[in-house]
Design a protein around this ligand. Structure first.
Ligand code: SDX
Length: 430
């Protein structure tokens, strides 16, 4: 008799029964390969487009309870981290698995602060882009280019090389992001200011002009640091999965993170914050909201910034970001014409069975763009603002992958639907 933690399967094609172990709420896909109709049968596979119900790894970095709207990093609730921590401390927590003590944090901040410069040749790479090149395309290229400046990073079994790659990526991605922004405006690059905080320095590299030294508004620097914490990691999302797939080939971490930047670029993932603002602008006014929502129900529109593969409740990050919108609008003495449209959209959608039945709630992208716009960050930079903090999450996931003794190169199977045994047709007969 199978033990209690098992699944008994009967193959009705053969009448044979099988017992497969249930462990951690899963069955191993390879345990299905024994289910055959004959000895030369390949055996059963699982079929799961988009990996909607497939665990690809064991991870201790981030815990999400989608039904309860819970998000924890190394067990610590996101609400506590946003209230009490800083982005660099959260980055340390994600990568190292525990909060740093005072000395560890001081060393971590010192190392990252003193690795923010990029090789001058990367400026020439940036200079090669057209004036209207998308900043995410520039970030994608320049992150990958880092692998050519640090070839020793390919020694991924060397802990020192892994540590330096983590420090360099967390330190340099903001510089690359800011340089991409300045390049797109034809403005001179602003070099890192080591006397500023991580988020304050990023604002300086974005916005410093002729003044001798950029003085970041502490309210904006803090709001940005909280946004960075909120975007740091989110377990096996599309871009983290891309990093793990690329990393499973044992490529260097800069190239693996480049795969993450590529995945995040898409409008269904990190590009959604841009799509939300464009959606709000397209709606144009509060009185047009009912008509737009009808269009969504007819399938002609997608309510960007709503819905999530895991959250079937309010994304806890959206709730925290919403709290910071008013504060940033006050700090920038801006009012956002789009905020009232977003609030009306949320109110109506949350009161509409079409959305609640599909468990569509605001996600992290619904309000974040309103903050970036109030900070004078152009729309094309919104996804870059997501990529900067997500770098620490990608590194944490990549590091965990390397330490996983079950790690194998990612190579999914397929259901073949194409032709077979077809002869080549010479041109004269086509
Ligand atoms: C992020 O994975 C992560 O953790 C990502 C992220 C992270 O931190 O890394 O949280 C960041 O990417 C947030 C998501 C940002 N994307 C958007 O806001 C784009 C709009 N949302 C969707 O396109 C969608 O909700 C996804 C992509 C987020 C999730 O897609 P799923 O899980 O594949 O769900 P689905 O597309 O199969 O939708 C299920 C149903 C469908 O309806 P039916 O066909 O069953 O009738 O819900 C509908 C969808 O049509 N639906 C929506 C909708 N999202 C899903 N209908 C209208 N508007 C939407 N936003």
């Amino acid at each position: 008799m199978a033990g209690d933690n098992s699944l008994s399967i009967t193959d009705n094609r053969t009448g044979r029964s099988y017992d497969v172990e249930i462990k951690d709420g899963t069955v191993r896909a390879m345990d299905l390969r024994q289910v055959k109709t004959s000895d030369d049968d390949f055996g059963l596979m699982t079929y799961d487009p988009g990996f909607t119900n497939t665990a690809a790894c064991r991870s201790a970095v981030t815990y999400i309870d989608g039904d309860a709207g819970v998000l924890e990093h190394r067990g610590i609730p996101i609400e506590q981290l946003c209230e009490k921590s800083t982005y660099l401390e959260v980055a340390y927590l994600l990568v190292n698995g525990h909060l740093p003590d005072k000395t560890q944090l001081e060393n971590w901040v010192y190392e990252i602060t003193h690795h923010t410069y990029i090789h001058e040749n990367i400026k020439e790479l940036m200079g090669g882009f057209w004036h209207d090149a998308h900043p995410m395309g520039m970030l994608l290229s320049s992150v990958g280019a880092l692998s050519t400046f640090y070839p020793n990073a390919a020694n991924i079994d060397d802990p020192e090389q892994r540590y330096m790659a983590a420090v360099r990526l967390i330190a340099k991605v903001p510089t690359l992001a800011a340089f991409a922004y300045r390049r797109s405006l034809g403005l001179p690059y602003v070099y890192p200011d080591n006397d500023l905080s991580y988020s304050g320095n990023f604002l300086s590299m974005l916005f410093k002009m002729a003044e001798p030294r950029y003085e970041p508004d502490p309210r904006l620097a803090r709001a940005l640091d909280v946004l960075f914490i909120l975007h740091a990691d989110h377990e096996q999302n599309c871009s983290a999965a891309a990093v793990r797939v690329a990393g499973s080939s044992r490529v260097d971490p800069y190239s693996a993170v480049g795969a993450g930047v590529a995945g995040l670029y898409g409008p269904l993932h990190g590009g959604a914050n841009v799509a939300v603002l464009r959606m709000l602008q397209r709606i144009g006014s509060v009185d047009k909201v009912p008509e737009f929502l009808e269009g969504v129900k007819q399938g002609n529109e997608r309510l960007m910034g709503f819905g999530h593969r895991v959250y079937k409740n309010y994304d806890p990050r959206a709730r925290i970001i919403r709290q910071h919108v008013d504060e940033v609008l006050e700090a920038t003495s801006r009012d956002s014409p789009w905020l009232e449209i977003a609030v009306e959209l949320e109110k109506r959608a949350l009161d509409d069975e079409y959305f609640t039945s599909r468990k569509l709630y605001p996600n992290v992208d619904f309000y974040s763009g309103l903050i970036y716009e109030a900070m004078n960050i152009p729309t094309d930079m919104f996804t870059v603002m997501f990529a900067v903090p997500r770098t620490s999450g990608w590194i944490a996931q990549w590091t965990e992958l390397l330490n996983d003794e079950e790690m194998r190169i990612a190579r999914p199977r397929q259901i073949y639907t194409g032709a077979r045994n077809t002869d080549y047709v010479p041109m004269e007969k086509r």
